[in-house]
Ligand binder design. Structure first.
Ligand SMILES: Nc1ncnc2c1ncn2[C@@H]1O[C@H](COP(=O)(O)OP(=O)(O)OP(=O)(O)O)[C@@H](O)[C@H]1O
Length: 455
């Protein structure tokens, strides 16, 4: 018995055919990348790590499609690759059919590889340009010893090409001779050659024309039924999610902030991040359209994610502290000013240059006024007594070049419970989980459940 055959028996021994429990599961999954860049090490210290995936719980049921959505850099691809064990997890567990696969060596992983396959955003980059399409699709069959002989394997490849909508006669052609949509079909044929149970599709249609996108999505749906596939669909584009996913996980800076069945998520998004993502999705039904919520500020670095709720630096509905005597809107304007000041992207030199060009001189007072006029959303006049002065003092400190003093003034004057405590999971419905202090009645500064309407 070959080594591969022996390990294959191992897979059969797991609950491969069991219909109990999730097929692919992760608990507290973490993937941190070490920074090997010498310059960054010197600046940030050797312990700096990119926290690409930071404590994700995940379940993929049999024949289910779960979409993971979020902005670029939030950790979606790293999550997919860590689930596939292309990356060693830094912490947590990954189980396939109940068997722990996280951290298995390449050799140990071989029998499980055929159970989980992946397709990528750029099909051409993932296809060897020097191999014919026939050889590309045949390679996994050879590695896993599938098919009686070469003729049998070639026949399987012809059949796969036919099933993905390509002529079996294309066998001898090279990847560059195909269009983007056809290349993705080849990638799908290669992934499905081993009849996997799980397909991880990483932005599989993002690089394709809209008309071709629909064809590829339909193809995946068809195969899901035919092969009984479970699909993890990674995308930054929520508009495709509705047509393919059963359930959606929304990811922000390495964490899942909301998860719900797809219709529930589109109809009743609870997390302000999800609401902002959904507000940019074009809707055909005018009743479903909502005002666009534009998120301000840049996505913070996953090397040094914000404390408490990681979204607090960009959250349009951040919670005021207990005892705040002004309106929520006034607090949120001050908080945005605070965050811009803390992010150190107010260019004082530039302001001085403009003032000098305009009026011949740039006094501290004038620079401070300009900082407020340029940066403060709304008017500090809306703030309760004492807090207006804090804005002025911070702007003056900044104008004098004392960034630390400015940061300390705004941090003290405008604290939010959102930055102090990590939100725990709140169940909006039995299958709808959200991590947001606004939905947690026990969160500080949140004496009762506050719905989106109150904001
Ligand atoms: N091999 C690596 N080494 C170091 N950092 C990495 C590595 N791979 C990803 N990262 C970092 O991890 C974070 C998450 O990246 P990832 O590609 O998973 O995000 P994403 O949501 O899939 O984004 P995109 O849609 O742009 O691919 C980013 O900050 C990225 O720079």
């Amino acid at each position: 018995m070959s080594e591969t055959d022996m390990t294959d028996v191992g897979v059969e021994d797991t609950d491969r055919n069991s219909s109990e429990g999730p097929l692919l599961q992760a608990d507290g999954l973490k993937k941190y990348f070490d920074q090997s860049d010498g310059m960054l090490d010197r600046l940030l210290g050797p312990a700096s790590k990119v926290k690409a995936v930071d404590g994700v719980d995940f379940e993929l049921g049999r024949q289910e499609t779960v979409a993971v959505v979020g902005e670029s850099g939030c950790g979606k691809s790293t999550l997919g690759k860590t689930l596939l064990n292309l990356h060693d997890p830094t912490g947590g567990e990954v189980r396939l059919g109940g068997t722990e696969i996280g951290g298995l060596s390449d050799k140990e992983m071989l029998p499980y590889r055929k159970e989980i396959q992946m397709i990528f955003q750029d099909p051409l980059a993932s296809l060897n340009p020097r191999q014919t399409v026939g050889d590309i699709i045949k390679a996994p069959l050879e590695v896993h010893g599938i098919g009686e002989d070469d003729a049998d394997r070639t026949e399987r490849v012809r059949s796969l090409l036919d099933r993905v909508g390509l002529s079996p006669d294309y066998l001898e052609r090279y990847p560059h001779q195909f269009s983007g949509g056809q290349q993705q079909r080849i990638g799908i044929a290669r992934a499905l050659a081993l009849e996997p149970r799980v397909l991880i599709a990483d932005e599989p249609v993002s690089a394709l024309d809209v008309s071709v996108q629909a064809q590829i999505l339909n193809l995946l749906s068809t195969f899901q039924e035919e092969f009984g596939l479970s699909i993890l669909f990674i995308t930054h584009d929520l508009s495709v999610v509705r047509y393919i996913a059963d359930r959606v996980l929304v990811m922000y800076l390495g964490e899942i902030v909301e998860s719900a069945p797809v219709d529930e998520l589109f109809e009743s998004p609870q997390h302000p991040y999800t609401q902002s993502l959904l507000s940019s999705v074009p809707r055909i039904d005018p009743e479903e359209r909502s005002d666009r919520i534009t998120l301000r500020g840049v996505v913070p670095s996953p090397m040094d994610p914000p404390s408490g709720c990681r979204f607090h630096t960009r959250c349009p509905v951040v919670i005021p502290p207990e005892g705040w005597s002004g309106t929520k809107e006034a607090f949120r304007s001050a908080f945005r000013f605070r965050n811009q000041l803390l992010s150190e992207d107010i260019d004082i030199e530039n302001i001085e240059t403009h003032l000098e060009a305009r009026s011949g001189r740039a006094t501290t007072e004038a620079v401070a006024e300009e900082v407020i006029a340029d940066t403060y959303p709304g008017s500090p006049e809306d703030l309760p007594g004492g807090k207006r002065e804090a804005i002025e003092s911070a702007a003056t400190a900044l104008a004098k070049g004392d960034d630390e003093e400015a940061a300390s003034i705004v941090s003290e004057a405008f604290p939010s419970p959102c930055e102090r405590r990590t939100p725990t999971e709140h169940r909006h419905a039995s299958d709808h989980a959200v991590r947001c202090h606004r939905l947690d009645p026990s969160a500080p500064g949140q004496p009762r459940r506050i719905g989106a309407d109150d904001d």
